[in-house]
Design a protein around this ligand. Sequence first.
Ligand code: ADP
Length: 483
Amino acid sequence: MKVLFAVSECVPFIKSGGLADVAGSLPKELQNSGDDVRIIMPKYGTIPDSYKQEMKKKAEFNVRVGWRNQYCGIEEYVYQNMTFYFIDNEQYFKRDRLYGYDDDGERFAYFNQAVLESLPQLSYYPDIIHCHDWHTGMIPFLLKRKYQNLEEFSQIKTVFTIHNLQFQGIMPREALKDLFDLDDRYFHIDELEFYGNINFMKGALIAADKITTVSPTYMNEIQNDYYGEKLNGVLAARRADLSGILNGIDEEVYHPVHDKNIIHPLRSSVVPYKQANKVHIQQRFALPVKEIPLITMITRLTKQKGLELVRAVFHDMMLEDIQMIVLGTGDPEFEQFLREMEYQYGDKFKAYIGFDEELAHQLYAGADIFLMPSKFEPCGLGQLIAMKYGTVPVVRETGGLNDTVQSFNEFTWEGNGFSFTNFNAHDMLNTLRRAIHFYYEKAVWTHLVETAMEMNYSWSQSASKYLELYENLVSRSEMYVHK
Ligand code: ADP
């Protein structure tokens, strides 16, 4: 089967969050099962030169973006036996950041149309185009409404995965004509119309053949008002085509034994491995080298990730005999708050404002507790990576956190972390205190660390669910053709 992944970021080329981890690891697992998987993504200016030098030009043509006629280069790079296509247009993608520009709508409208236009240029027609998040949301829509009249496109099926429903690509009504040359027929509640605007993600939700999201709990949550980001009605209507498949992590990248980023890889037993990595972190951050719980957060600093809860009870947290390090970037208000807290509590709290892959790995290995009190969490990779490195997660029971972390039961010793139900700062604080309490019961703690490390969150199980989904889609269309 031929599968094309259309995605806006992918490890190792460029990453702003978990989406890039998934795009960099799931295709490898699918390819191992015998499928031909290729990936298409923008050629950002900030992709390291070492990769750019390896790219070979495959095609050059123009893509229409409404009334505009824009250059499009397709560059190919076969990396680790996988074919990557990079869409080259410097006006749109040679910039400092991936997202957050006023013309993001135009940039990704271009990208979506460039992906579809590239297929004839490459003489390559996949069985499935697997799209991810709003940046690729218009691909299923344009395919159904425009391209499938053409013979070569007519058999292509689409899968759309929601990694985060909060970001939808909402653009003014005028974008229909201006970016896609579509007429007002599509400004309709059953088409792209969304509260007076148009919505890229909605385009995918109505047009994709199958929709998935990245955990079973999030799949249920987004069909309701609280988590549904005003698209819950659309999602509920497509319930029959919606599934929740848990993300995995790439064990070639995240593994305490093989990880080149960590100073003290796991050799034989867990306790000295954790101790040595913790001492390294304490020294790196000029914290006293002490046997007290070291808590970490590695995260985008946004409301989604529960930063408001942390802020609300921060001074209470600092009354505990703990050390804490936050690695993250995001909303200026939270960055500023964390800097101030470091100024105030510098002997026990450190804020590293930035994005640093190596440091992230070292913190996963060196910390005792990983705090992730998200307001909502489609899947969450942080807690999975933390567990892999023996850092016990403290999480809120939502989305993928609910599906991957079972709160410790002190009577049966079941569980692999600690969790709380309501989005409430004091519930978080009390749960953290509970974890701190058990940190000092060494038999319990070692058991928890080992249980967390034994969890299997590799891709193998989830990849087979995607394969099944693809196979069902393709065989269904073959049945239809043969009739
Ligand atoms: P998101 O909603 O941001 O995708 P996930 O938990 O699914 O959240 O994935 C976040 C990924 O990004 C993880 O691999 C995490 O380690 C990484 N990450 C987040 N913030 C940083 C940072 N400041 N520096 C390095 N890695 C980070």
